[in-house]
Design a protein around this ligand. Structure first.
Ligand SMILES: CC(C)(COP(=O)(O)OP(=O)(O)OC[C@H]1O[C@@H](n2cnc3c(N)ncnc32)[C@H](O)[C@@H]1OP(=O)(O)O)[C@@H](O)C(=O)NCCC(=O)NCCS
Length: 164
């Protein structure tokens, strides 16, 4: 019998597929995240208590990973570790599909709320378009001060969350 555990394909597209990452592939994903995100932050979130759950995007032509996402699941809550698509493959809908597949899987696992911190203004916009909102205290701050959303875009501590 093969040593490699067969992973369930979660999404099969023309040029790529998405499946759960094997434990030995997670390091590759963390390196990918660290190209655009602070290395310390990625390690901090990766080491939070809970079950690590990572998905990988594999390019069908080369059989190489071109993107991935990791969340740490603790009971009904999940926390974002990282999400990235390699530069040459961005802007084709892969990131959106990856985020959606992860959210669907978390919902099936019984997760009720996903919290994550966007790394940039673009990332915050991307999350917002996919159903994430700023945490309650940030929304309360914006409403109390009459300030615009734009002020908190890209602010590292401005966490976003999505209730499933
Ligand atoms: C964010 C990211 C995963 C999106 O992947 P993708 O495959 O390009 O996503 P999609 O093709 O589904 O595009 C969705 C949106 O991503 C946004 N986007 C494009 N480039 C981006 C970038 N460098 N960083 C963040 N968002 C970006 C665009 O607003 C795009 O929306 P549009 O279609 O209206 O232009 C990818 O850009 C990336 O790896 N960025 C660097 C790491 C990062 O920012 N991660 C998010 C952490 S919260």
């Amino acid at each position: 019998m093969s040593q490699v555990t067969q992973q369930r394909i979660l999404r099969d597209c023309d040029t790529y597929y998405i499946r759960e990452a094997r434990p030995e592939e997670v390091e590759t994903l963390l390196k990918m995240f660290k190209k655009d995100m602070s290395s310390k932050w990625v390690d901090h979130y990766h080491n939070l208590p809970g079950k690590k759950f990572a998905l990988i995007v594999v390019d069908k032509e080369t059989n190489q990973p071109i993107g991935g996402i990791e969340r740490v699941v603790d009971s009904e809550n999940a926390t974002g570790v990282g999400l990235a698509v390699l530069k040459g493959f961005r802007g084709k809908g892969i990131g959106t599909t990856l985020l959606k597949v992860m959210d669907e899987e978390l919902k099936e696992m019984g997760v009720k709320c996903i919290a994550t911190v966007p790394v940039s203004k673009k990332a915050a916009k991307f999350l917002k378009e996919n159903g994430y909102e700023y945490e309650e205290f940030i929304k309360a701050f914006l409403s109390a001060t009459g300030r615009s959303n734009r002020l908190v875009y890209g602010f590292a501590a401005a966490g976003m969350e999505r209730y499933l």
